[in-house]
Design a protein around this ligand. Structure first.
Ligand code: 5AD
Ligand code: SF4
Length: 512
């Protein structure tokens, strides 16, 4: 149980890494609040500094770092952050520091060995122990390290505090049964564990009842959903059923694996109106030789075949991908294959990564590591090509009508033009100009929908300024906008930092 003090203890969860961690952090925040902690007040400046990489700790009694090991130098960054926290902690007796996530799972006791001022270390399989470990560390005045090898409690069954009122992430599986040789995920997140469909559907219903109109189903490899309960067609069925949830307007998923991608999923996407015309499917490399070395069992032809079938069934689908440049042994010829596949695939956008060896992965020990300057030069060519394609594809959107789900905090002001920002159905980022006659009362709130016509396509966003010229501009107030407003009014009433004021997290899984 939490020790009671005169005032409630405040917490701050700082998240590094991918959407899986963002999702876990929502659980950590939910559990801490259920245990009586309150969110630490943060101001915009501090948030800004945190985004720039500083650890944000002012005012928090408990700081939780939810770490990631995908980024290069992840451990150095973590210990750098912990160093900053050490000096803050010295000035604030009673403050506690907890470290969780993939890097904690990896480094275990190594964290308190190098940073003995850390109070709690927990892994990716036992988020649920955090409040108990904080109590125990306080009571025993000693660091507590607890790492599990396998999952005990599925994270989605833990209480959650969601970041946005209008969009929710619902996890359908954790872990991964693949063995891509560059990837640390199987080591750190373990074998795939699937949640049962009724549990997933119940969570979708619950978040929709709280005001969400968009749900993204989350798993390392969503296409293999069902392996652990013996139903190969489970993902397609889940999409179709989840898509019929009353009140749900937009359903997305991330990420599929090309090897396991089957046509029943394409059919479910095409025939379920709430499944959005969008697909994020990692290519990783266009060279079949490199794909084999990566131990990814599809070949580039199969990948392109899937895109063709998706586009046949869903003509306006925007397809995005992940690509790694400079995997060990990659020759100029292999890289040329990647450029060729990228040219043919016409991705709406791509997340591009320079290969970086993760200790403990098979590829890290391969002999032919590609020199940094070669990787950098290839990387430059790849992003140049993709940027050209993204620009062309975005310019092709000019003249089309888009429905934009307005995001929080994304408003921009260019000169005299006020804009709101959000995602189109195909997940493209759109800035929509508000016509001068739209007052604060009629302006769309985060969670509301705006319909406008695209007037400009840039490499990474669209402008939809038709409203400025008397053209299409329609606002539809939604349940999600109402929920956002209630959260904001509630936060004002309580003078707290809860609810609406947080960071905007748009779209794709990110490794930043
Ligand atoms: N080096 C570079 N990129 C990587 N990714 C995963 N591991 C590595 C690595 N060792 C990229 C992959 C994956 C994305 C989330 O991160 O492209 O799809
Ligand atoms: Fe990693 Fe994805 Fe490969 Fe699984 S499928 S090993 S999570 S890259």
């Amino acid at each position: 149980m939490t020790t009671t003090t005169t005032r409630p203890r405040s917490y701050l969860v700082r998240t590094m890494g991918c959407q899986m961690n963002v999702h876990d952090s929502e659980r950590l925040a939910g559990m801490l609040e259920a245990a009586g902690y309150v969110p630490a007040a943060t101001d915009a400046l501090a948030e800004e500094r945190a985004r720039a990489g500083d650890t944000l700790a002012e005012g928090a009694d408990i700081v939780v770092l939810n770490t990631c090991s995908v980024r290069e130098n992840a451990a150095d960054r973590l210990f750098g952050n912990l160093g900053q926290l050490a000096s803050i902690k010295r000035g604030r007796p009673g403050m506690q520091i907890a470290v969780g996530g993939c890097l904690a799972q990896h480094l275990r006791d190594g964290i308190v060995e190098r940073a003995p001022w850390v109070d709690v270390v927990f892994g990716t399989h036992n988020l649920d122990v955090l409040p108990a470990l904080l109590d125990r560390a306080r009571h025993n005045a000693a660091a507590q390290v607890e790492i599990e090898e396998a999952l005990k409690v599925f994270p989605s069954t833990l209480p959650s505090k969601r970041e946005s009122a209008y969009a929710a992430w619902v996890s359908i599986s954790v872990g991964c049964n693949n063995t891509c040789t560059f990837c640390i995920v199987p080591t750190l997140r373990g074998k795939e564990r699937d949640r049962r469909p009724p549990d997933v559907l119940a969570e979708i219903e619950a978040v929709v009842a709280q005001g969400a109109i968009e749900v993204t189903l989350l798993g390392q490899n969503v296409n293999s959903y069902g392996v652990s309960f013996g139903d190969r067609g489970a993902f397609a069925k889940l999409l179709a059923t989840a898509g019929r949830t009353p009140g749900l307007e937009r359903l997305r998923f991330t990420s599929p694996h090309p090897a396991a991608f089957t046509d029943d999923v394409i059919a479910a996407m095409a025939t379920t109106p709430t499944v959005m015309p969008q697909l994020h499917m990692p290519l990783q490399s266009g060279s079949d030789r490199i794909l084999r070395a990566m131990r990814r069992s599809y070949r580039s032809q199969r990948f392109l075949g899937i895109l063709e079938r998706v586009r046949q069934a869903i003509p306006h689908a925007a397809i995005t991908t992940d690509i790694i440049v400079g995997f060990p042994g990659e020759t100029e010829e292999d890289f040329a294959d990647t450029l060729r596949v990228v040219s043919e695939a016409r991705f709406a956008s791509a997340f591009t990564f320079k290969y970086s060896p993760r200790p403990g992965t098979p590829a890290a020990d391969l002999p032919d590591q590609v020199p940094d300057d070669v990787v950098a030069e290839r990387y430059g060519r790849l992003i140049g090509l993709q940027e050209r394609i993204s620009t062309e594809e975005n310019q092709r959107q000019v003249g089309t009508t888009v429905d934009v789900l307005v995001a929080e905090g994304g408003g921009r002001k260019d000169g005299d033009t006020a804009r709101v920002t959000g995602r189109a159905a195909d997940n493209r980022l759109v800035h929509v100009a508000l016509p001068a006659h739209v007052g604060p009362e009629e302006a769309p709130r985060p969670g509301d929908m705006v319909r406008a016509e695209v007037t400009h396509g840039a490499p990474f966003h669209l402008l939809a300024d038709s409203g400025l010229r008397g053209g299409t501009f329609e606002v539809r107030r939604t349940r999600a906008g109402d929920a956002w407003q209630r959260a904001r009014d509630g936060a004002h009433d309580h003078g707290g930092a809860a609810g609406a004021g947080g960071t905007v997290r748009l779209g794709m899984p990110r490794v930043r």
